[in-house]
Design a protein. Structure first.
Length: 282
């Protein structure tokens, strides 16, 4: 996505639209092959999710476009502390002290990396902040809606993706050119078109792989893959875009990674403890 934005100049909202469209086509193919069964939902039930879905993808892509890979990736880690705050304040959910303490190194690490980023810019931080806030709201609402509507993530995404595509299709002309130079239907080379379509397929495969990994292995394996992706993304930013990395930024990255690993460990221990209690009940 960063490559398409920086090297090819492909517009952000249009790229998001391509991702949504390919995700929906992929899900349509999955349900046709029997991977899941669609559940009838009312548009009004999905509308808030579709809006927040649009918001979080657009703002995170704008963050990626405006920041270095490292700052973008670490800013996303702030989603966990924000979700904890939202669930505590709005839903009255309580969290153990050890879970709350893991949020300290995550937040400190993100601050260190952002502060010492030589490409620090106010607009990029604003996009990153909005991305974190909207992403956190979306993830909280997804959990609530799945429980409320009795659907799984794929069934929900199957309705969200086309609705989000329609919303973007309406607002793109106000912010980006549609035809001509720099527009989605502009004079792009064949290689550029292939790269854009490939990024959409990758976006769909990322969503699909979540279910495959958890279904065939375990949540522990999935989280380890997540940490591996975190490190590979940071490395990719340094190698592909020559993003400079200071010692202080390196400390920030290690601090955040430590917090993420600790949070994952405690959450998984909590889940295993809950399962054991359920098994032991007569």
């Amino acid at each position: 996505n960063k490559w398409l934005s920086v090297r090819l100049g492909f517009p952000n909202l249009s790229l998001t639209l391509v991702h949504f469209a390919i995700t929906w086509l992929g899900l349509y193919l999955c349900q046709a092959l029997g991977a899941f069964s669609p559940k009838s939902l009312q548009p009004a039930q999905v509308m808030p999710l579709a809006l927040s879905f649009c918001g979080f993808v657009v703002f995170t892509n704008l963050s990626l476009q405006s920041n270095t890979i490292g700052t973008y990736q670490l800013a996303k880690a702030m989603t966990t502390p924000v979700i904890v705050v939202i669930q505590s304040v709005a839903y009255g959910k309580t969290f153990p002290l050890r879970i709350k303490l893991t949020l300290v190194p995550i937040t400190l690490g993100v601050f260190l990396n952002s502060y010492y980023d030589v490409k620090f810019n106010v607009l990029g931080i604003a996009f990153a902040t909005l991305g974190v806030l909207v992403t956190s709201l979306y993830q909280v609402w997804v959990g609530a809606k799945q429980h409320e509507l009795q659907v799984n993530s794929m069934q929900l995404l199957y309705y969200q993706a086309p609705m989000s595509s329609a919303m973007l299709l309406f607002i793109i002309p106000f912010f980006e050119p549609v035809f001509g130079e720099g527009g989605i239907f502009g004079p792009w080379t064949l290689s550029a078109v292939i790269m854009v379509l490939l990024s959409g397929i990758i976006a769909f495969m990322v969503n699909l792989s979540i279910y495959w990994i958890i279904g065939n292995t375990s949540p522990v394996t999935y989280n380890m893959f997540g940490h591996f992706k975190f490190c590979i993304t940071l490395l990719g930013g340094c190698l592909l875009f020559k993003d400079p990395l200071s010692v202080n930024q390196g400390l920030g990255i290690l601090c955040t990674l430590f917090g993420i690993l600790a949070y994952t460990h405690f959450k998984l221990s909590e889940q295993e403890s809950s399962k054991s209690k359920l098994v032991q009940r007569p």
